[in-house]
Write a protein that binds this ligand. Sequence first.
Ligand code: C2E
Ligand code: CA
Ligand code: CA
Length: 572
Amino acid sequence: MNGGRDQGRKIQKLQEKLHIVSKILEHMKEGVVILDSRGRIKAVNRAFLKITGLGHDQLYGREIQDLDLKWEGFASFEELLRAMREKKTWQGEVWGVHRDGTVFTSEVSLVKADEEEGIYVALFLDTSDRRNLEDSLRSLSHYDPVTGLPNRALLYDHLSYTLFRAKGRDKLVGVVFFDIDNFKLINDTLGHEIGDKLLKAFARRLASHFPSGTLVSRFGGDEFVVVLPLMDRVEDVEELVSSFVRGSTNPFYIDSQKIYVTVTAGISVFPMDGCDPQTLLRNADIAMHHAKELGKSSYRFFTDELNLKVTERFSLEAELRDALEKEEFVLYYQPIFDLNENHIVCAEALLRWHHPDKGVILPGRFIEVAEEVDLITPIGEWVLRKACADGRKLHEEGFPLRIAINISANQLSVRGFPSLLKEVVLETGFDPRYLEVEITESALMKNKQEAAKILKELRDMGVNIAIDDFGTSYSSLNYLKFFPVNKLKIDRSFIGDIMSDPNDVAIATTIIAIAHNLGLKATAEGVETEEQLIFLKLWQCDEAQGFYFSPPVTMDRLLELLRSESFRIKDV
Ligand code: C2E
Ligand code: CA
Ligand code: CA
């Protein structure tokens, strides 16, 4: 009986101890991080938040690798862990960028605390008190006294380290040169004191604009350099810079004076524009001067190609916004044949943009942008309306074809898609059992739960569901069980070389077999030759489309083809 009470007391004692330990941790001056064997952050104390400037929410569940710390003598934390396999502890200097853009260094002890579970504890010694003198000496050589930002020397150090980390990781590094446009004038007319205060305020604005891990430094005079580490896309660099340049028109308030400044920026990107700090800084500087020539308060990339990409994208986006209103979109239809019956059973609606100057633009050029800025939702709605209206017309003309439309992930995340569809079929009088929606695997996986719900509602209305470009993204077939699918469309990349590439043969025939095993139909896209057709028939593929039969054509041309007797495929 007593056993139970003893146990209870033990637990209580343990809890008290834990309580005391956590109190100590919270009040320790040293930063403490508890990690698992993969470097995932399990707990941190307040001192650690202070050192990094990050909040709890930015740390829990993240990996310490994400914090971009430099571990003395090691290229990465993984390497350090590897080296720690033999030893239980490690001590050394760790170097990182505080959220406010300043650099911190700490003496760190890393201890393997639990051999079995692989728990590590890292102690970050706050050395700033002890090394006050050393620090101020350091600051003199590494920090700019006016703004408190890292100076040119530290920028070089940091940039070489960042490039070292980016190499072999398939990541981009953005180097951005900022120059305050009218600084000299302000300095001359309002005085140096105001000038310095403005530099300080500008530095703060710059440092708070960029995400944590960014190095913001003063290069000299009114020039600042920002290093954006480990970026995935040029567009992300561009977005951060352009929003800062745009926002720089907000005034500064200094000694009750309202001061307006604008800023011009030049961007170079590793690895396209250089692989070492000198080259990247020089090219960002050149780009900045180029931007000034073209007009202040702007930004340029060093490479023309990148400039072109960005400007093209912007004009595309702007024109795309008007295209719907100006009725510049047209739907073409590509016939899909039933390979048992040898006649056309379906037509896939494919979007074309009849641009007033550039002629016909194919969806490959604009769908991605439309998705990014979510213009695809209104465009997709237009496609749905037009396709259903055209479908109804075909039925009235005596051709009861199914109509297939392509759907983007964005459209599936809008809850209202099924009700929109209901509205459209009522409005157009098109029987939803003749409608087929094509969705790619990746679009489905983006929002599985929601997509499954929406597809089920569509299925209940009688709409057919096809997986587009099947075989190109996910290898797990498990997800097929989640979704009420009718059909798999074999991506055209597997059909193209089907006569010569044994891998493609294996993939295509496997997809047909999978479809049949699951009670689904298989459609081959991109059939261009009679041999391919014979092969697909042999393997009992159900349907096919491609240039062999017909390219996508206008509605009028489709009607012509349907009316001509010969529009059946020869029995092969
Ligand atoms: P997709 O759904 O895979 O469409 C088939 C594409 O293959 C079409 O390109 C078609 O013209 C092309 N094609 C057809 N037969 C052959 C062939 O025998 N050989 C070759 N090499 N190509 C063939 P298109 O029209 O340029 O469309 C490209 C993609 O744009 C489509 O790929 C689809 O993902 C997207 N898309 C088209 N219309 C829409 C739309 O209304 N909404 C959305 N969200 N996406 C659309
Ligand atoms: Ca398609
Ligand atoms: Ca496709």
